[in-house]
Design a protein around this ligand. Structure first.
Ligand SMILES: C[S@@+](CC[C@H](N)C(=O)[O-])C[C@H]1O[C@@H](n2cnc3c(N)ncnc32)[C@H](O)[C@@H]1O
Length: 265
């Protein structure tokens, strides 16, 4: 899969591509990235990419002629404009985007871009959250990373993708490493016990409890026919699971104040 970045700050992108999962994926040729300087498409001697907005508004806008020239060669690709006005990025959206062969990110700067670019190229806008950052480079990198994780081979171990938060609609259960006891906080017995079926069952109930505590909105969209959805429907079993947890387990998993919440469901 190829990702193109159209930007006035190419180094900001190229430097970020050297690290972690994405860096490895590029090295192993699961993905490739092309970073294109938008100023190359400017026609004046200062290589200007921006101009004053009509209407006397503050700030500058990226010019349609420059962006248009840069986008012409990428018309065959899926073009995305990271924007606070777009639909929020979700795990489902990232997975959907991973089906494309080539994605082009148009990285906005200043006060944004001329609206007509979005109309003319029917560009999809995607937001990384309800706040504004100063440029589209970071949002593009975030979207690219989230998409790349869904490309087979990018994550050496596919299991970690399936276990990630949101992959099955809810949050991942708490995770622990050595030592078994740290600052009087103990790793739950079941997790160190080695019985994989018991660990799986334990983690599923834990995921439901963690989601109920941190992101109860996610539980509303859980498919009632899915195995997790069925567990969620069984409220008395969920309460029973919680009640049989030891005080230590509840404490280590930060679930020791859930009685009121559980009484309300
Ligand atoms: C300073 S922002 C411009 C915001 C614009 N004036 C608005 O209110 O919609 C500059 C660029 O950063 C990017 N950006 C800012 N916040 C973003 C967000 N939450 N999600 C995705 N991209 C964002 C966009 O590419 C945007 O064009």
């Amino acid at each position: 899969m190829l990702f193109n970045f159209l930007t006035i700050f190419p180094e900001l992108i190229t430097e970020s591509l050297n690290y972690g999962v994405v860096g490895q994926a590029i090295k192993n040729k699961y993905i490739s990235c092309s970073v294109i300087q938008l100023r190359e498409f400017a026609s004046d001697k200062h290589r200007s990419v921006d101009d004053k907005p009509f209407g006397g508004f503050d700030g500058m806008l990226m010019k349609p002629e420059v962006l248009g020239k840069a986008l012409e060669a990428k018309r065959h690709t899926k073009i995305l404009f990271p924007s606070p006005q777009g639909k929020p990025l979700t795990q489902t959206k990232a997975k959907e985007l991973a089906a494309h062969d080539e994605i082009t990110f148009l990285c906005g700067r200043y006060a944004g871009i001329d609206q007509r670019i979005l109309v003319h190229y029917a560009i999809e806008e995607i937001s990384i959250g309800d706040y504004v950052v100063s440029g589209g480079e970071w949002p593009s990198l975030i979207i690219m990373d989230a998409v790349a994780r869904h490309i087979p081979g990018v994550l050496g171990n596919q299991v970690s993708l399936d276990a990630d938060s949101f992959s099955n609609g809810i949050l991942e259960s708490p995770a622990f490493t050595r030592p078994q006891v740290w600052n009087d906080l103990k790793v739950p017995e079941i997790i160190v016990g080695g019985d994989h079926a018991k660990i799986k069952n334990f983690n599923e109930w834990m995921s439901l409890l963690v989601t109920l505590k941190k992101r109860p909105d996610l539980l509303e969209n859980l498919d009632p026919k899915s195995p997790l959805g069925q567990k969620w429907q069984n409220k008395s079993k969920l309460k029973e699971f919680y009640n049989q947890l030891s005080i230590e387990d509840k404490k280590s998993c930060a679930l020791d104040t859930m009685e009121t919440l559980l009484n309300e469901i």
